[in-house]
Design a protein around this ligand. Sequence first.
Ligand code: PBG
Length: 321
Amino acid sequence: MRRLRKNSQIRRILQETVLNPEDLIYPLYIKEELEDGQKEHIDTMPGQFRYSLADAVQEAKNLEEIGLSSVILFGLPRNKDEKGSSAYDKEGVVQKAVARLKAETDLVVITDVCMCQYTSHGHCGIVDGDQILNDETLSHLSKIALSHAEAGADIVAPSDMMDGRVDAIRRTLDENGFYDTLIMSYAAKYASSFYAPFRDAVCSAPSFGDRKTHQMSPANINEALREVDLDLKEGADMVMVKPALPYLDVIKEVKNEFKIPTAAYQVSGEYSMLMAGIEAGYLTDESIWESLISIKRAGADLIISYFAPKVLKNEIDIKKC
Ligand code: PBG
């Protein structure tokens, strides 16, 4: 076997899995309150920022120049209320960012469709007492997705995990003539502790309770396949597994079972964990490549990753062998 690994040229031509720049989707956090020229460092995610609208657009342009193909947008609105109504404001920060990015770049623009950054209670749906109501939430999610499509989003990505939301969103998009807007559903989204830095970054931690009545138990994989199956039947064009590294088996199973475009989200906690290790000197940058290539090897076609800029700036050798 060692003949197959004898030098880097041999290893390179025999490398089975390759990470391409176009596999990467970069998440951008856009904060409505920030003035042009302002960005805030996210302390729980070293090297990541909350951007003003103008700075987010500029950052996307800079990354496009070095080979970025897609972004996924998250908004931090000025106003929150019980029903998260700022999420479907036509003049909202995400809607404005989508319009500008579509006018000024060739990037594929994906939007996260959820309510938790926009609700005063931090939950992903309409709340009654301590219950998160499923069906009452669907019309709100549909409105949010429609407002993103109207702004020009290529792909809407519902991340709320309510039942039936893909069906509701697909119907609303079609009724309004947005037949071509794709849906990438966060189909197998786990109730994960690895989202902690994100919730701090976008102020979306629930003020009471948790997300375990809608997000999945980390112990389950059969249920993930049912979730994917349902979302596909409801009209999802592509699906996502989230988080990525602790769920490589789920990525693999989903890809093998359904053979459909499959994305994986290397979430905030995965990013911060590796960054902390690297900053402390326990790990090196190579662990970033290793984690990304593992996600690809498991079967992901696309990887949402905060490491995208580092990879595109060649700070990480993606052809490493
Ligand atoms: C929910 C949402 C979350 C993330 C993306 N969309 C967090 C949650 O479910 O609480 C997590 C992303 C990350 O951790 O990087 N709208």
